[in-house]
Write a protein that binds this ligand. Structure first.
Ligand SMILES: NC(=O)c1ccc[n+]([C@@H]2O[C@H](COP(=O)([O-])OP(=O)(O)OC[C@H]3O[C@@H](n4cnc5c(N)ncnc54)[C@H](OP(=O)(O)O)[C@@H]3O)[C@@H](O)[C@H]2O)c1
Length: 346
């Protein structure tokens, strides 16, 4: 078969001169690359859609289930037939959740900042799951407060967030790992786009960067045992962690603990301007459809081939994640343009 008949077969015009032969050869390459890309995308989508079997024999432990993503995830996993163990911080949260779910969902009181509470939950879970082990651990519990300019924080302000979002995730994972290994299951860690782009002072961004790196190290260390580690990176959603009233109350508290010298360097109007801009941004970006996040968590638990990272929400996919690959000066300039200037800035 000569090249002319190949070109004709592919719909290209037969060429005669040297130049047009090169052009047709380029077209052939293009066609080959496009075909490969389409086939690769079809194979990826097919692989991504494959699900595990025997869901109703698998146990999943979720932390922070009183409200928000954790609460919705438990209800959805329960409907799917999973044996859900919901870690709730309060009795009221546990009772409310039980009222809206089936008899298979069990709740356990859990404070991820307390070693005793984590140990107690693990012993109870070990009895519950038996020889099968634990299929999934979703480290979802988290808090955002206090958030604000770094200079306004004391060490205990950083620690109050790190204790829940960072140390809590690490201790829960290490404690429950033997049960996960037994089931060759999954660990699903909830990070944030603020674990990719550090846009706020306080412990929140630090803790979410820590969750990202802890999860990466863990995934590389334990894949030998058939355990998978997935990271969820939600954008901004309307939940407890983005609720404006507590965020603003905490900003006032931080302001009130500053010395008069530091206050003077920011000026009288700074706090009000800061709060106004924060309100404007949060109202503009926060999405109320929490299922965008729980869909990712469900995929991580149900898929035969879970992804390493899931970005949830349009702001994450189109803004925050692309921004995280840009030079730091782009984010520096963007924030400089948006945030208020202190009175004594140079
Ligand atoms: N919403 C967002 O825009 C967003 C974006 C990116 C990532 N995330 C992450 O998503 C996760 C879930 O947050 P959410 O948005 O669903 O907010 P949420 O409704 O406030 O959920 C967080 C849950 O964690 C619980 N919790 C707090 N401290 C705890 C502790 N020491 N031990 C156990 N549980 C504790 C909270 O209980 P109480 O309500 O009783 O305090 C609450 O039920 C967090 O890790 C958060 O950082 C959220």
């Amino acid at each position: 078969m000569n090249m002319d008949s190949v070109y004709q077969y592919l719909g290209f015009q037969a060429q005669t001169s040297d130049d047009s032969e090169t052009l047709s050869r380029d077209n052939l390459w293009l066609f080959g690359v496009a075909t490969f890309a389409v086939l690769w995308a079809i194979a990826w989508l097919y692989r991504d859609s494959l699900e595990i079997q025997d869901v109703n024999k698998k146990h999943v432990f979720v932390t922070g289930c009183d409200t928000g993503f954790g609460n919705l995830l438990c209800r959805r996993l329960d409907r799917r037939g999973f044996r859900v163990i919901a870690g709730c911080l309060t009795e009221k949260g546990a009772d409310d959740l039980k009222r809206t779910t089936g008899p298979h969902l069990k709740t356990v009181l859990l404070d991820v900042t307390s070693t005793a509470s984590i140990q107690k939950a693990m012993v109870w879970t070990r009895q519950e799951v038996g020889e099968k082990g634990l299929w999934g651990l979703v480290n979802n519990a988290g808090r955002s407060l206090p958030m604000g300019p770094s200079e306004w924080m004391r060490l205990e302000d950083f620690n109050s967030t790190l204790k829940v979002n960072m140390t809590g995730v690490i201790e829960m994972t290490i404690t429950f790992l033997p049960l996960i290994k037994q089931a060759q299951g999954r660990i699903v860690n909830v990070a944030s786009v603020l674990g990719r782009v550090a846009a706020n002072g306080g412990g929140y961004c630090i803790s979410k960067f820590a969750v990202e790196s802890f999860s990466d190290c863990l995934r590389r260390d334990i894949h030998y045992f058939g355990v998978k580690v997935c990271i969820i990176e939600p954008g901004f959603f309307k939940t407890g962690v983005t609720s404006l009233d507590p965020l603003e109350r905490e900003l006032h508290r931080l302001w009130n603990q500053l010395t008069s010298e530091v206050k003077a360097s920011y000026g009288d109007k700074y706090l009000d301007n800061y709060i106004q801009i924060q309100r404007l941004i949060m109202n503009a970006v926060c999405d109320s459809d929490l299922s965008k996040v729980t869909n990712c968590m469900e995929h991580a638990l149900l898929s035969a081939y879970p992804r390493t990272r899931y970005s949830a929400g349009w702001d994450a996919k189109l803004w925050w994640i692309p921004l995280s690959y840009m030079p730091s000066c782009v984010i520096d300039i963007g924030l400089k343009l948006v945030m208020p200037r202190p009175a004594k800035s140079v």
